[in-house]
Design a protein. Sequence first.
Length: 301
Amino acid sequence: MGTYYLPHLKELEAEAIFVIREVVSQFEKPALLFSGGKDSIVLAHLAKKAFHPAKIPFPLIHIDTGHNFPETIAFRDALVEKLGVQLIVGSVQESIDKGRVREETGVNASRNALQTVTLLDTLEEYKIDAAMGGARRDEEKARAKERFFSHRDEFGQWDPKNQRPELWNLFNGRKHMGEHFRVFPISNWTEMDVWQYILQEQIDLPSLYFSHERDCIVRDGVILANSEYITLKPEETVERMVVRYRTCGDMPITGAVLSEANTLELIIQEVATTRTTERGTRADDKRGETAMEDRKKQGYF
């Protein structure tokens, strides 16, 4: 731990570690959903702390759409090697090849929704009964409805009106055959908490999160990285911009922000003054007012 210290972060850390340990004690085949984004990186850090000096006793699962930032994949592989944990990769391209999903077409095509089938197939293949994720309640209104232990039926679906009470930090992990849980240990954290904790713990992150130059386009008010996965519209032009990312997802849908923040301290200052949520830059969340909730009901993260 560095010289930067905030007392409330210790309470959030203790809560998250308690939830992670509860998962391991209640379930037979838990796993950690790892996207390579800052929240899942923090979750992996918390898991390491929860079981130190032993290794993390469950695998990391990454649902690879094939449209990831190269920086994210490189960071994922380096972290997995450093932690000495098993990595399970579910491939959206493989799901497409098998005919499990149909790829979207057109200039606004995205593989984001296709992840749901790949995720559910992966959980079924490896018999995962509890999948931990880095979602937080402050990110998006659908995620604000989640409990720590989020029950999913035998089809992997989520019913926001049928959530179990969680009183006095008592978590009910009982389930029927074929059902599973999604668990969110950092539910009560805010984006600011995450960044302050990263600074306090000196956690390494992909370079995407820091200010850098990148070829970009602006589409519907969202700054997107130019890549082989994007089909340019006739009126769109590629510009060199100084940007960083507040969240990491697929290249065609993850929006950047104009920023000169190239240190954790400057990022914290920037987050403190922004008026938009980090998912406000995600093009996939702009497809409809209930886009995230609809995907979650179908089995999304």
